[in-house]
Design a protein around this ligand. Structure first.
Ligand SMILES: [Zn+2]
Ligand SMILES: [Zn+2]
Length: 182
């Protein structure tokens, strides 16, 4: 859905969209289920100097989705729910390129840019979802992970690889330490 600037000049746009899985490309590692979003886009005019008027798009709303990530320990899929509110400002590409326009304040740090005649809603949502994705998930706190020797999922089955045996050199060291402690 392209939110067109010339339509925003007439009125704000309320949107409510349901995207099917695959409708937005999140890259190969993320397999989201559908995505629901609703909110409003409106025009915000910034006056710079006497003549220049910048037409920003304010995008305000929320999204919900869920997707599968691989558990960092056992690689089994973990379903992750995402619910996120957003309030974003998009400036036309190039609006901040001039020499006088470096005065981006802290409050404006989250400004993004749109190109051409408007903002692609899918693009904005894609960014928001990627920001919400944790770097690492585990399927459960006590996930045993994969056996480093044979690769079996230790949550599912025991493997016959030898249990790590105490190295005699370390036990000797432990003996010394316990003597020192007493
Ligand atoms: Zn796991
Ligand atoms: Zn093993």
């Amino acid at each position: 859905m392209l939110i067109k600037i010339h339509e925003l000049e007439l009125h704000p746009i309320d949107f409510e969209e349901e995207f099917r899985p695959g409708a937005i490309d999140f890259g190969p590692d993320l397999r989201p289920s559908g995505l629901h979003t609703d909110g409003r886009a409106e025009l915000v005019e910034e006056h710079r100097g006497k003549r220049q008027k910048i037409k920003d798009i304010r995008l305000n709303g929320e999204l919900t989705t869920s997707f599968e990530l691989a558990c960092a320990r056992c690689l089994e899929p973990v379903v992750q729910d995402v619910a996120r509110k957003f309030d974003l400002l998009y400036r036309p590409q190039g609006a901040d390129a001039g020499p006088e326009e470096r005065s981006v304040t802290a409050a404006e740090a989250e400004v993004s840019y749109y190109q051409g005649e408007g903002l692609l809603l899918e693009e904005a949502l894609r960014e928001q979802v990627l920001l919400a994705v944790p770097l690492k998930v585990i399927c459960r706190e006590d996930c045993k992970g994969l056996c480093p020797h044979c690769g079996k999922n230790l949550n599912v089955e025991q493997c016959s690889c030898a249990e790590p045996v105490d190295d005699p050199r370390w036990s000797a060291l432990k003996d010394i330490r316990s003597k020192l402690d007493h």
